[in-house]
Design a protein around this ligand. Structure first.
Ligand code: DCP
Ligand code: CA
Length: 366
């Protein structure tokens, strides 16, 4: 009894360090809304065109333009009605004069001349092809293009490839095919069984788009922990060895063994049997004390996470896959202190600390 009172008092003291913000500001954050409240596709004819520009600018490494379009796309997606005029578009926060012109052009002609100019040329098509190679970002894609390379065959024979890019080229088709959620469940079952043969009582969860309920997934993100707080420590390397010996893991990409107390493996797997595709698999092993912030982070979406982190920052807090801290003093973006770690035994507790209503994973698909 005495002990629980002490903890409660401590919690109150820490809670007092949270900087209050007006409700009207808090309500503007995407994480304060369920993703299902988003106006579904009423302006999809507009966002589809803008998305082509955002993607192409990203592949050209023009992050600033890509980000501008992305922000406008988000704002338009959250607008509850069909946009019918330039003036109406201009009233949406995040949509400026030039973007409103583009919206007007789409409303008039159903398309955007700029998409044809920017996205449909040889350069844009080739950069898109090259960006599909795992391990090749916008800079590499641009460098290959400038070097005169135009096909994957060119890249294979004439570029100097990193080990990751060699895997990316060899498995290009497979790794660029989305994974049906039924197959994700099979992959999970395979990993769960293998892990269970090494350590009993583990918690194994698929996160990412799968946990948000999407019908297909880009890759499989598996998070593993152990409720006793220490047995997870014995798992990482032995599990990978086990999965390699059985032929399930076919290619290693990255071992990140020291992300604080978390360990992360990025690789490629293939289920046994004929006609199975190679699939990208991430395995993340975390201590139980970090399970809630970790499962929140790896469940996403990335946009939802950005919104949560930004809200935390506004409240003098800091949120990461490791935990939620309070009493953070910042100078610009730089943190001047470490603050204090809040107790986050569940995802619900993280929402509560941030003053948010709880959202289940499928309502975080922003
Ligand atoms: N994540 C993030 N910020 C990033 C990348 C990832 O917060 N820049 C988090 C949120 C993601 C999760 O990690 O949901 C998993 O990353 P993925 O890239 O696998 O994204 P998803 O699982 O959401 O989508 P996909 O179906 O494309 O794999
Ligand atoms: Ca994923």
């Amino acid at each position: 009894m005495e002990k629980s009172e002490t903890v409660a008092n401590e919690d109150d003291t820490l809670q007092a360090l949270v900087k209050p913000i007006p409700k009207s500001l808090q309500d503007k954050f995407a994480c304060a809304r369920p993703s299902s409240s988003r106006a579904k596709d009423v302006n999809a004819h507009i966002t589809v065109e803008l998305d082509k520009l955002a993607t192409t600018y990203k592949s050209k490494n023009d992050t600033w333009r890509a980000h501008g379009y992305q922000k406008a796309i988000s704002a338009i997606r959250n607008y509850p009605k069909e946009i019918t005029s330039r003036e109406e578009a201009l009233k949406i926060p995040g949509v400026g004069e030039r973007l409103a012109d583009k919206v007007a052009e789409i409303l008039e002609s159903g398309r955007l001349q700029k998409v044809a100019e920017v996205c449909e040329g040889e350069e844009a098509e080739t950069l898109k092809l090259f960006m599909g190679v795992w391990g090749a970002g916008p800079s590499t894609a641009q460098a290959w293009y400038t070097q005169g390379l135009r096909t994957l065959e060119d890249v294979c024979t004439r570029a100097t490839l990193t080990r990751h890019q060699q895997v990316g080229i060899r498995l290009y088709e497979d790794l660029n095919t989305r994974i049906p959620r039924e197959e994700v469940a099979e992959i999970e079952a395979y990993v769960r069984k293998a892990a269970g043969e090494l350590v009993h009582g583990l918690v194994v969860e698929v996160c990412g788009s799968y946990r948000r309920g999407k019908p297909t997934c880009g890759d499989v993100d598996i998070l593993i922990t152990h409720p006793d707080g220490c047995s997870h420590e014995k798992l990482f390397r032995p599990l990978l060895t086990h999965l390699k010996q059985s032929g399930f893991l076919t290619d290693d990409l990255v071992y990140q063994e020291q992300n604080g107390n978390q360990q992360k493996y990025l690789g490629v797997c293939r289920l046994p049997g004929k006609e199975r595709k190679h699939r990208r698999l991430d395995i993340i092993v975390v201590p139980y004390a970090e399970f809630a912030p970790a499962i929140m982070y790896f469940t996403g979406s990335a946009h939802f996470n950005r919104s949560m982190r930004l809200l935390a920052t506004k409240k003098g807090m800091s949120l990461s896959e490791h935990g939620l801290r309070v009493g953070i003093v910042r100078q610009g973006r730089e943190k001047l202190n470490e603050g204090q770690l809040l107790d986050t035994p569940s995802e619900e507790s993280i929402f509560t600390h941030l003053g948010l209503q709880y959202r289940p994973p499928q309502e975080r698909d922003h």
